[in-house]
Design a protein around this ligand. Structure first.
Ligand code: NDP
Length: 282
């Protein structure tokens, strides 16, 4: 089987370009889902404090017996914990739940510019401390618009290694991808198949028919050829296998262009706009 490509990050580390996301996987199912994913071959798991399922991820990682260096684990800071002391404490709790002494990647999940007096800079500085003490190998951000990126970079000099944002054929999010590229930040595409919404699009199904592949496979392959990092979520082993089988074939330039043409700009966005999003968990 073709190996998952690694993407080099600007801090000298690298990340598997294809992983498994566990957003909306119920806590009680997560250990089973992650164990199934590891069985299929996924080695990169994307979770978050707000998903409420880090314990299940930790249980599956521990049970797998896989060497730590073969695994790549990302978690994200809860919107509730942006104040530096809360961020430090909650990060320790994440490590405990994940049964790890370090994570590969820790992200600020949302910038929350309308909360915390607009201060996401001290939050970002706190994440940088976690790299210095070795408990986070790399740090990055999620849902940061170009202005949010500029601000943390200008005020701290610390450049995130990734920016995890909504990207799929209906919302290519090119402005953010271009800002990421200017700073050598890798883009991670969340909801890469738009939670299923692109799978019955006639353009996608036509390309799938041409290649004898499924709509999910051609959409994920489109992301890989654009250079983004993806971690489609599925709870079903057969879909996990389907989504993993995208490494040894490709879309040609016309097929890439056809899918590019599905972009609806802002109208294609499915999630909230990061400038306005102000959700705080209980
Ligand atoms: P995805 O685009 O990965 O779509 C997941 C949905 O598609 C699920 O309903 C799944 O159902 C279904 N699905 C998966 N594979 C197939 C397939 N081959 N055929 C048909 N249906 C399929 O959405 P997500 O929103 O989960 O995004 C992926 C990951 O990105 C998340 O899990 C999370 O890690 C991250 N994310 C990050 C965000 C952020 O703010 N940083 C926001 C949102 C997501 P089923 O499970 O039943 O197979």
């Amino acid at each position: 089987m073709t190996a998952v490509p690694n993407i080099a990050l600007h801090d000298g580390t690298s990340i598997p370009q294809l992983g498994l996301g566990v957003f909306q996987v119920p806590a009680e199912e997560t250990a089973r889902v992650v164990s199934d994913g590891l069985e299929v071959g996924y080695r990169h798991i994307d979770t978050a404090q707000m998903y409420g399922n880090e314990e299940g991820v930790g249980e599956a990682l521990a049970a797998s017996g896989l060497p730590r260096e073969e695994l790549y684990v990302t978690t994200k800071l809860s919107n509730a914990f942006h104040r530096p002391d809360d961020a430090r404490r909650s990060f320790e709790e994440s490590l405990r739940r994940l049964r790890l002494d370090r994570v590969d990647l820790f992200l600020v999940h949302w910038p929350l510019p309308t909360l915390y007096d607009g201060d996401y800079v001290s939050t970002w500085r706190t994440l940088a401390e976690l790299v210095e003490d070795g408990r986070a190998t790399s740090i990055g951000v999620s849902n940061f618009e170009p202005a949010h990126l500029e601000r943390i970079i200008d005020e701290t000099g610390v450049v995130p290694v990734v920016n995890q944002v909504e990207v799929h054929p209906y919302f290519r999010n090119e402005e953010v991808r271009a800002a990421d590229a200017r700073h050598h930040i890798a883009t991670q595409a969340w909801s890469p198949i738009a939670q299923g919404a692109v799978l019955d699009d006639p353009v996608v199904t036509k390309v799938a028919d041409q290649l004898g592949r499924t709509p999910s496979q051609v959409t994920l392959r489109w992301h890989l050829q654009r250079g983004d990092i993806v971690f489609p979520k599925s709870s079903k082993p057969e879909r996990m296998r389907e989504n993993f089988d995208i490494l040894d074939w490709e879309l040609d330039a016309d097929q890439m262009a056809a899918i590019d043409g599905l972009d609806r700009g802002e109208d294609g966005r499915r999630g909230p706009h990061p400038d306005q999003f102000d959700y705080l968990p209980e």
